[in-house]
Design a protein around this ligand. Structure first.
Ligand SMILES: Nc1ncnc2c1ncn2[C@@H]1O[C@H](COP(=O)(O)OP(=O)(O)OP(=O)(O)O)[C@@H](O)[C@H]1O
Ligand SMILES: [Mg+2]
Length: 324
């Protein structure tokens, strides 16, 4: 454990030098490699990265116990809802090994997380603008070996979030289940949204995930979001039951963030690779997402006004800090 703490401190000590290196490598790259549109988008990326005075980035991690419950769909459409509210938003596809966010947006980004994790690119070098006013950090499609990061790789990766401080909101779309990757992305976030469907298997897996999170850090702000509900009654019953069981057995107050009904148009929008917040912003599901996005925004960000990096590392080290 001491080794890990020392590694984290080392990463924090290295940070300023690391970002200087990043800036110069970015200049070199835009001078030598970028052409035409690519250069334009690199300049956009650069201008977007200017620190805004007094800016405060909210990091929202969207996660689940069971797979296929709708995390990526919620992440992308919630990001678009925030963009419509005038927010600068970055969606990070942290489902390492299975990149979905760029596919939902019909994009082939030039760089992805593999370039950052294994090829030394900085996070801000791999950000891609979309046509819809949000930026994405694409996942590493089909490269399953990066699903298992070492502690150092993972903490370096999470530390790179600090370079996204130009954003008002960072939405991290994780893979399903309890892994160190997912737990650290949750720890790094201001808010963790646990997505589940009303199916008993999904509920049980969501409960197991919440239990693990609460054991690590009982005070972490947690929200539950019920997706693919067949009826409002079923949705409300599931939500109330989940909140009640988590409160009774884990002593944790989990916030009932909202409900999304099953809608046949959602899989269709994925097939068409155009999110419904873009193609049909007035549809029922878009309205449900809008309500959820605003509800989260209206809740106070319980974390301090420190820089993202210090928030992230206070959180990660703090989780295990008692043992050091
Ligand atoms: N509200 C909804 N109504 C109908 N279908 C939905 C709804 N939300 C998501 N889906 C469908 O569920 C499937 C899984 O969605 P998505 O990929 O967002 O889940 P995920 O939790 O990110 O999955 P994974 O764990 O594999 O990353 C998709 O086919 C999507 O169209
Ligand atoms: Mg997904």
């Amino acid at each position: 454990m001491e080794d890990q703490a020392e590694k984290l401190r080392e990463i924090m000590r290295k940070k300023p030098g690391a970002s200087r290196r990043t800036e110069s490598s970015q200049k070199t790259e835009s001078n030598t490699k970028e052409t035409g549109d690519a250069r334009g988008s690199a300049e956009n990326r650069m201008s977007g990265l200017l620190p805004r005075k007094g800016s405060k980035t909210r990091i929202i991690t969207i996660t689940s116990g069971k797979g296929g419950v709708g995390k990526t769909n919620v992440s992308v459409n919630m990001a678009l809802a925030y963009a419509r509210l005038g927010k600068k938003v970055v969606v990070m596809d942290a489902d390492l090994g299975l990149a979905n966010v760029n596919i939902m947006l019909n994009m082939v980004p030039r760089f992805n997380l593999y370039d950052m994790i294994r090829k030394g690119k900085a996070m801000k070098d791999i950000i891609a603008e979309t046509d819809y006013g949000i930026s994405i950090v694409a996942g590493a499609l089909g490269i399953s070996q990066i699903a298992n990061l070492s502690d150092e790789e993972r903490h370096n990766f999470i530390g790179e979030l600090d370079t996204l401080s130009f954003a008002d909101t960072i939405i991290i779309d994780t893979s399903a289940g309890v892994s160190n990757n997912v737990l650290d992305f949750i720890a790094a976030a201001d808010d963790a949204v646990i997505v589940t469907t009303p199916e008993p298997t999904a509920i049980l897996d969501a409960y197991a995930l919440v239990k693990t999170i609460v054991r690590r850090d009982a005070s972490h702000p947690l929200h539950v979001l019920i997706n693919k509900c067949e009826s409002r009654k079923e949705a409300e019953r599931t939500q109330e039951g989940f909140v009640e069981v988590v409160g009774r057995h884990l002593g944790k107050n989990i916030n009932p963030l909202g409900l999304i009904m099953y809608n046949h148009d959602v899989p269709l929008s994925i097939k068409r690779q155009t999110p419904f917040e873009v193609s049909d912003p007035g549809c029922t599901t878009a309205k449900e997402i809008d309500i959820i996005a605003r509800a989260l925004l209206d809740l106070p960000d319980g974390r301090s006004k420190n820089s993202i990096l210090s928030k992230i590392f206070t959180r990660i080290l703090g989780d295990r800090g008692n043992t050091y």
